[in-house]
Design a protein around this ligand. Sequence first.
Ligand SMILES: *Cc1c(COP(=O)(O)O)cnc(C)c1O
Length: 219
Amino acid sequence: MVNSGFLSKFKHPGVKVIAVSKTKTPDQILEIYNAGHRDFGENKVQELAQKAEELPKDINWHMIGHLQSNKVKYIAPFVHLIHSVDSKKLLKTIDNEAKKSDRVIKVLLQVRIAEEETKFGMEAEDLHEILEEFNANLYPNVKICGLMGMATFTDDQSQIEREFETLHDIFIEMKVVYFTQAYYFKELSMGMSGDYELAIEHGATMVRIGTLIFGRRNT
Ligand SMILES: *Cc1c(COP(=O)(O)O)cnc(C)c1O
């Protein structure tokens, strides 16, 4: 069941909720849209592109899932923010496709903070390499606006906290080293339905909430 109450009760100044609508129907999304929400997240390119075509044009679409380079072209013309940039190759492709669409695409770099092997993301060294190139203007059609991460799926609160804290530390480090002159490196996307409160305590500026808004997913 869709629950727009979560959004109306959500009161954290400076924290944006991305309503994660994967597997949910356009009608369910419209319920949340009609309650005034405009930021929605999807994790699959085809589903994202299809919903974007069907739904109102003033929705800000966030790509939050693993993105293959050969699929970037399908979302480049309209995507609002790509949270899940996990390789230099992908960043280069986004830059190329953004240029073709005559756009500058906003992205976050995904950092691997979880101990689970299954989670995507880069290490701090990869970030240094990319941000040096970014500052040397090698990616003129992307704007790196911050970092994204996913904590380990566990009941161990202290482990989740450690991982969020690590990501926040890396975020501050990158900001200090590479973005002293740039206001736009300011987003830290971390936290989902199960751990968003911890994420906010540790400096999240965007939380990606699916289940608490749209109910449980069957797939
Ligand atoms: C599905 C998903 C979410 C939301 O998960 P919930 O637990 O339903 O809030 C957040 N981030 C990513 C990357 C996801 O794939």
